[in-house]
Design a protein around this ligand. Structure first.
Ligand code: ZN
Length: 414
């Protein structure tokens, strides 16, 4: 896969002017491919104030937010799954009610953008065909994914409502175990053990079956290995990992093991390799120590505290983080492509895709926001992937899975 990146510069070593012409040719070819293929990013988070004046998707900002319609246009990012994420909280009636209400705030925000604010710029897709139709019409495509099954509590009927609101994938679990299964990352601050259930629960199985019947893709990202294998075994339609990288390249609990990867392939599903610094390679200890010291100094214990930073503390944080990032740069597009190469080698070009996790901790050197999306295509072209392969990686595979999931649901309805 690396033939082009290595041999051309070597072969033309003595003709540097020719080499730069060739580099320009590669860039031009990559630009053509990037324009023609549909680029789908399967994981972009939003804060609760999305689609208000505080985070207007047509006006880049506020601090830290990485996806806007103009940056999507600039970077040639055609479609994004916008995520209805609710963090795991108490498994009580009050906890479920709050989670459901928080989820609907995000559903409403997404609908506000596509129906009220910018319907000429971006449209909500409910099917794989919708994605192609909207893209062909020259508009950006929004899809909806749910991260964490917590907002449904124990009420399966809510899944029907999520479907009606446009959700087309659901990841059962986030950080911390829940009623549906075990998490890859237990909530240690709550004293959670490695496993609570030993895999998927009975309710989790019912959720998978109902998602299959409705035509919502089942997502195993964030689930523990056993839970994810159980989910894949239970699902009658192809399964996705919406934002996970590969344990075979870097051992991290959020990454997919080879066993999970093979199981996803067997389901005819897809792993969406994620541009998340700490999943792609070992973060240098010096960087971890520097960030931990900064958090301690500013009294930050959780991401919730971090999001509340304001005034002088916020300025201090940003200035010091800029210094830390300069001293210890993030993983880059090459690291992302190493994970893509690995997955393609293991399960073939038909089962691999790409996700950013922008606004949720994702973003790497060279793909730090939507405006830099082209760099990923350029790296793939430099590694020798052709247009057909890049079209599959950038969304073709994911849309095939969505269409298969739709077809299964249609059949199940009889
Ligand atoms: Zn996530």
């Amino acid at each position: 896969m690396r033939v082009m990146g290595l041999t051309i510069p070597l072969a033309l070593f003595a003709f540097s002017s020719l080499a730069s012409d060739t580099n320009q040719n590669i860039i031009d070819r990559a630009r053509g491919i990037h324009k023609r293929v549909i680029t789908v990013d399967t994981h972009v988070d939003i804060p609760p104030n999305f689609a208000t004046t505080a985070y207007d998707p047509m006006k880049p900002g506020p601090r830290g937010q990485q996806v806007h319609i103009p940056t999507m246009i600039e970077g040639g990012l055609d479609a994004t799954f916008i995520i209805v994420f609710v963090g795991q909280g108490p498994r009580t009636d009050a906890g479920y009610a709050k989670a459901l209400s928080d989820a609907f705030v995000k559903f409403s925000a997404i609908h506000r953008v596509t129906s009220d604010m910018y319907p000429d710029q971006i449209e909500l897709a409910r099917t794989a065909d919708d994605v192609r139709r909207i893209d062909a019409a020259g508009k950006k495509v929004a899809l909806i994914g749910i991260e964490n099954g917590y907002p449904m509590g124990k009420d399966l009927r809510l899944l029907d409502q999520f479907y009606d609101y446009g959700a087309r994938y659901l990841g059962l679990i986030h950080t911390g175990h829940n009623d549906l299964g075990d998490s890859s990352v237990p909530n240690r601050r709550r004293g959670e053990p490695d496993e609570e259930h030993g895999g998927i629960t009975d309710l989790g199985r019912q959720v998978v079956n109902r998602l299959n019947e409705l035509g919502i893709m089942v997502d195993v990202s964030h689930a523990s290995k056993q839970t994810s294998l159980d989910i894949i075994a239970e699902s009658k339609a192809p399964v996705i990992a919406s934002h996970s990288s590969l344990e075979g390249v870097y051992d991290h609990p959020r990454n997919m093991s080879d066993e999970e990867l093979m199981a996803i392939k067997k389901s005819n599903g897809v792993v969406q390799v994620v541009a998340f610094d700490s999943y792609l390679r070992a973060v240098p200890q010096g960087k971890k120590d520097a960030i931990a010291a900064l958090w301690k100094e500013l009294g930050i214990i959780s991401f919730a505290d971090y999001r509340k930073l304001a005034g002088d503390d916020l300025q201090t944080y940003d200035a010091r983080m800029a210094e830390i990032e300069l001293a210890f740069p993030k993983a880059g597009v090459k690291d992302l492509a190493d994970h893509i190469d690995y997955a393609v080698e293991k399960v073939g070009i038909g089962h691999v895709g790409i996700a950013s996790d922008f606004n949720g901790g994702g973003g790497i050197a060279g793909w730090s926001d939507a405006s830099e999306t082209f760099n990923v295509t350029l790296e793939l072209v430099q590694r020798g992937y052709n247009e057909e392969q890049i079209a599959k990686l950038w969304g073709g595979n994911l849309l095939r899975v969505l269409a298969d999931v739709e077809a299964y649901a249609k059949e199940a309805k009889g």
